[in-house]
Design a protein around this ligand. Structure first.
Ligand code: ATP
Ligand code: MG
Length: 574
């Protein structure tokens, strides 16, 4: 391609509203332009890169026996109502009506549509297993679209779905995807972690996320610093406990005044107790399904003073029921005190959940359910009872639950996610086949997603410098940028034209910067758009030489013009 003839609108300055590096650079390098919040157009370079990512995904999916489909983005509401997700996912689903008033949505994922095909078409165990995939646009009305391509409302996902006869079959399909994902992310040049994931609204028994550690990431993960292999999303991560000793003796609970002391820090400062001797109380509400007949359920969650509550774990402990933090007036109505002075003593009709770290503890201090008062010497089991669950949010340097070495907590970008769905969708949608003995059995499903834009964002985050992107060749829009410093000098022009023809002949993807621009502008643009190799044709062209430089390392070396094409091919395009 001749640069003078293609549209690459590079920008010198960082766009004002872009925060993370990938967002700034993708805009500056002319890859993308915003249409509205979380909705972007992919221009020439952006689309070339997206197509390369999709091709890598496609090749690796085909390699595990995946069959490529293409499903509609417009779904009838009835399908989603069958699995209950029409209501469950309503907050992030684009729901709409056709002219006759019938409900539809724009697909945010495709379990329902795939399972619908399966239930109508799959009849016998002989047809199993199946791996069906597509690369297609998804719509999610994300509350906070941001950071360029990181959190979009309109994005491209490769999603696949497997159908097996039994759990062992699902295990095999899952393993195939796990391995395919490793190959995909490696080929895209990403350094990634595989973490145990919380299954969330998808349900299912096992799930892993593929995470790229980056300060720009919106997820938090815990990774063991030793190679015991433990790594988990913070939503799910477990940790061991450093031993603590309780205050001695066996005194009775004692209320004491704590004027205006509402936070744990204030209480530590005021009462002079260590935070691990405190019990933090948080109030949640499970709204009644039928407001007329039932009351909202009040939940009191207790964690150690120096620990944080993990709401994903609380959700699991509550069995997946929808819940929300209580409003201050609800707290006052139920506990007779303001938030900050709440505790578990004397509570009736409140469901009390304690974090496992409180098991066996004694003589703790907590809210007294009386404004400006706390209560000390509270001992769970003796003074109140509740259910124990793992409710704690793991913190940096907590001991690993496997090997007791410290865990590192890091921000990360989720690029892929695989789920063992089990029978949930197939059951609610009646997707069954006949097994060997002629019995009807429910299909066992898996679901596996990869975000195409997330791969690009993560790759830019991992591979850039202040001058621009340093994309790995596998996903860069071109293999080589050919940069003559001055086309008005005949030897330079001739050498550049000769190299351009030679590279194209050798099927090297080359962007020929034939623009009438100063050399400095061309170099800056080449660095910005992140093409891995630059061939610079300058004064030495008269001696039959050209410079080859690597964007990722900055290494440069002269080569003979006659040998340059062969060198580029063998060294960079193998
Ligand atoms: P997140 O936790 O980031 O909201 P998710 O867990 O809801 O994502 P999945 O349903 O697991 O996402 O989707 C599969 C993949 O699709 C994700 O691993 C991610 O790569 C990509 N993806 C999901 N949501 C978005 C989005 N809003 N913008 C861009 N890519 C996304
Ligand atoms: Mg996910």
């Amino acid at each position: 391609m001749r640069w003078s003839q293609v549209f690459i609108p590079t920008l010198r300055e960082d766009p004002a509203d872009a925060e993370v590096a990938s967002h700034k650079l993708l805009l500056r390098a002319g890859y993308i332009r915003q249409l509205s919040a979380g909705v972007y157009s992919y221009l020439y370079l952006g689309q070339r890169t997206a197509l390369k990512i999709m091709q890598i995904i496609r090749e690796e999916m085909d390699r595990i026996g995946g069959q490529e489909f293409y499903l509609p983005a417009l779904h009838p509401a009835e399908l989603w109502q069958e699995t209950g997700r029409w209501d469950q996912m309503a907050a992030t689903m684009f729901q709409l009506k056709d002219h006759s008033g019938r409900d539809f949505c724009l697909g945010m994922t495709h379990e329902e549509v795939m399972a619908d095909i399966a239930r109508h078409e799959l009849r016998s165990y002989r047809q199993l297993p199946q791996i069906w995939y597509q690369i297609q646009v998804k719509f999610r009305d994300e509350a906070r679209p941001k950071s360029g391509l990181m959190r979009l409302r309109h994005f491209i996902m490769k999603d696949s779905y497997t159908f097996d006869l039994d759990d062992a079959g699902l295990d095999a399909s899952y393993k195939k995807h796990y391995d395919a994902y490793c190959r995909i992310f490696t080929r895209c040049g990403l350094h990634y972690e595989i973490v145990e994931a919380h299954s969330g609204a998808m349900g299912g028994s096992q799930s892993h996320e593929f995470m790229v550690v980056s300060p720009a990431g919106e997820d938090r993960i815990a990774i063991c610093v030793k190679e015991c292999g433990y790594a988990a999303n913070l939503e799910k991560a477990r940790a061991g406990l450093k031993p603590v000793s309780d205050p001695p003796g066996d005194p009775k609970p004692e209320v004491f005044p704590t004027p205006n002391v509402r936070t744990i820090e204030e209480l530590v400062g005021f009462a002079g107790v260590k935070p691990e001797f405190l019990m933090k109380a948080l109030v949640y509400v499970i709204p009644a399904a039928d407001k007329g007949k039932q009351k909202d359920q009040i939940v009191l969650a207790l964690v150690r003073g120096d620990h944080q509550l993990n709401e994903a774990k609380l959700g699991d402990a509550l069995g997946g029921a929808p819940f929300r933090p209580a409003h201050p007036d609800e707290i006052r109505a139920h506990f007779g005190a303001a938030p900050g002075f709440i505790g578990p003593l004397g509570q009736k009709g409140v469901r009390i959940l304690l974090d496992d770290a409180l098991r066996g503890r004694r003589n703790l201090t907590t809210g007294a359910n009386q404004n400006d008062h706390h209560v000390r010497h509270v001992t769970p089991e003796r003074d109140f009872t509740g259910e124990y669950h793992d409710l704690r949010l793991v913190a940096d340097s907590d001991p690993c639950s496997r090997c007791a070495r410290p865990l590192r907590v890091a921000s990360a970008i989720e690029v892929g996610h695989i789920f063992k769905l089990g029978r949930r969708y197939a059951e609610s949608m009646g997707a069954r086949v006949l097994d060997r003995d002629g019995r009807q059995v429910t299909l066992v499903m898996g679901s596996y997603g990869i975000g195409v834009e997330r791969i690009l964002t993560a790759a830019v985050e991992q591979h850039h410098d202040p001058e621009g992107m340093k994309l790995p060749r596998s996903i860069a829009p071109f293999d080589v940028v050919l940069t003559p410093v001055n086309l008005n000098e005949e030897p330079i022009r001739q050498a550049a034209e000769q190299l351009y023809a030679g590279l194209r002949e050798a099927r090297v993807e080359v962007l020929y910067d034939d623009r009438d621009e100063r050399a400095g502008v061309k170099f800056k643009d080449a660095d910005l758009i992140g093409v891995p190799v630059r061939l610079t044709v300058g004064k030495k062209a008269a001696e039959g030489k050209v410079e080859i430089s690597e964007r990722s390392t900055g290494q440069r070396a002269d080569a003979r013009i006659s040998e340059a094409v062969g060198l580029v091919r063998s060294r960079y395009c193998g």
